[in-house]
Design a binder for this molecule. Structure first.
Ligand SMILES: Nc1ncnc2c1ncn2[C@@H]1O[C@H](COP(=O)(O)OP(=O)(O)O)[C@@H](O)[C@H]1O
Ligand SMILES: [Mg+2]
Length: 458
């Protein structure tokens, strides 16, 4: 799901032409993340700390508005390379931004060798200025890795590979923080579309009035404030995958547009004159019960069936046997550079509590708690208190009668052995069993004891 290289590149395309050379960049070892909007770029920068960013814009002022310019000016530790059409080289505001914020620029279409060489230089420059990727920021290879060894996750990995190989929509369901977005990315990166953009849209966080133009784009003058043509996120994902997160929040009046897109593979920009053919695979996710939403009339049934051709269900963390510990240790290593020096790992009590905790926020919560504990911990090992887990939120331990008996038996034997200095004859007399029986029990419970009288015990 990721390359060995840790050379990350943000491809920010605010123009209304498709991105170029993404495949070649990937072949050259770049981990390329594409986006068409400022929020998406900010997320990618947060998550991957790219050393190099390519910005493609056109001569229109809208593709270089204030938020975009802010991105170029204020993001730290990124070398920017611009891609622009020849005809905008003469424009003053473009010259100014490019000369002040950019490492270099190429005109479209770029000569492949030259652009790759520039990206290499930009990377070298970034390393020189801010140090190697591995020292300092969070960037690490394996950023997108899905970790898990539980039977539920092994099952999921198998299904993930199966759905990746076909082109049908996938509906990913599961509680918040279970890794739905990560799964969507994994599908994309294992699909034939891996070299094309992966565009994520959170349908719940877009303002209602804007969602249509965000998804489908708009033409210049389509509404007040639409001073430029804007390509929507579906179009920005052309050739690749669009991930519609929190699809249950998509307003009902837009559901019909999405349905049309799924059926006909065409979109229409707001204020646009006609249908545009777009080849994009749709992945959708939700943490709500869509079937209930359909029953309530909040979600179109036809759209539900269209989206739910293939289904992946992300298991809740509390149900994944063994994964809590595996993930906790994985994130401990991942954030090792942030921890206090003395902290070496988790105490048995902390691990025990984590295993019993119900993790309502799933993996996202686990990451936050582990990360915080690593900073707060004052001892060598992280304690339950460092994790801030309330014992009341833990599953009550279910203990079988057999286990209870075993624990009591073990305790009694341990006491008798200790009291009698590991003398089997004395201890067995006190416990009222034969020496042979006592010896067997010691083996059964794997009790440590000094085998002084062992030879005559058997
Ligand atoms: N199996 C996993 N292995 C490693 N990291 C994971 C795993 N599942 C989730 N994460 C991480 O947990 C966080 C929440 O995952 P996300 O995909 O955003 O969840 P959701 O979309 O279901 O709310 C992200 O930082 C993601 O990288
Ligand atoms: Mg999510």
């Amino acid at each position: 799901m990721h390359g060995k290289e840790s050379r990350n590149l943000l491809y920010f395309n605010s123009s209304d032409t498709p991105p170029v050379m993404v495949g070649e960049m990937r072949d050259a070892g770049w981990n390329v993340k594409c986006t068409g909007d400022v929020d998406g770029a900010a997320n990618i920068i947060d998550k991957y700390a790219p050393q190099v960013a390519v910005a493609q814009f056109d001569g229109q002022k809208g593709s270089l508005d204030a938020p975009v310019e802010n991105l170029f000016r204020n993001v730290e530790r990124v070398e920017w390379v611009a891609l622009l059409p020849k005809n905008c080289m003469g424009k003053n505001y473009i010259k100014q931004v490019v000369s002040e914020c950019f490492h270099d620029f190429h005109t479209l279409p770029p000569a492949p060798d030259r652009l790759l060489a520039t990206l290499g230089h930009a990377y070298g420059m970034a390393s020189m200025k801010w140090g190697d990727a591995s020292s300092g920021n969070e960037l690490q290879p394996g950023e997108d890795e899905m970790v898990g060894t539980s039977p539920q996750m092994l099952d999921l990995f198998r299904n993930l590979r199966k759905v990746a190989s076909v082109d049908a929509p996938v509906l990913i369901t599961g509680e918040s923080g279970t890794g739905k977005e990560l799964a969507a990315l994994a599908i994309h990166e294992r699909s034939g579309r891996q070299h094309m953009p992966f565009v994520a849209v959170n349908c719940g966080s877009l303002p209602n009035g804007l969602i249509q133009s965000e998804l489908f784009g708009h033409e210049k003058g389509a509404f007040t404030g639409a001073s430029q043509r804007k390509i929507g996120r579906i179009e920005a994902a052309a050739g690749g995958t669009i991930f519609l997160d929190e699809i249950g929040d998509l307003p009902i009046e837009l559901q019909v547009n999405l349905l049309r897109f799924l059926q006909e593979k065409t979109i229409e920009r707001v204020g646009g004159a006609g249908q545009i053919q777009v080849d994009v695979r749709v992945l959708a996710a939700t943490h709500v019960d869509l079937e209930a939403a359909v029953a309530d009339g909040r979600f179109r049934e036809d759209l539900y069936y269209r989206l739910n051709v293939l289904h992946l269900k992300m298991p809740a963390l509390r149900d994944r046997q063994g994964d809590i510990e595996v993930l906790a240790k994985y994130f401990f290593d991942k954030f090792a550079h942030e921890k206090r020096r003395n902290v070496k790992g988790f105490s048995p009590a902390a691990l025990h509590l984590m295993n019993r905790y119900t993790w309502p926020g799933n993996v996202r919560e686990l990451i936050n708690r582990v990360r915080r504990a690593m900073v707060m911990c004052e001892k060598r090992l992280i304690t339950p208190d460092d994790l801030g887990i309330d014992r009341r939120d833990c599953k009550r331990q279910v203990i079988t009668l057999e286990a209870a008996r075993g624990a009591a038996e073990m305790e009694a034997i341990r006491n008798a052995l200790q009291k009698n200095n590991s003398n089997l004859t004395e201890a067995s007399r006190e416990l009222g069993v034969s020496r042979v029986t006592l010896y067997r029990l010691i083996q059964k419970y794997e009790l440590a004891f000094k085998p002084e009288n062992m030879s005559d015990a058997v």
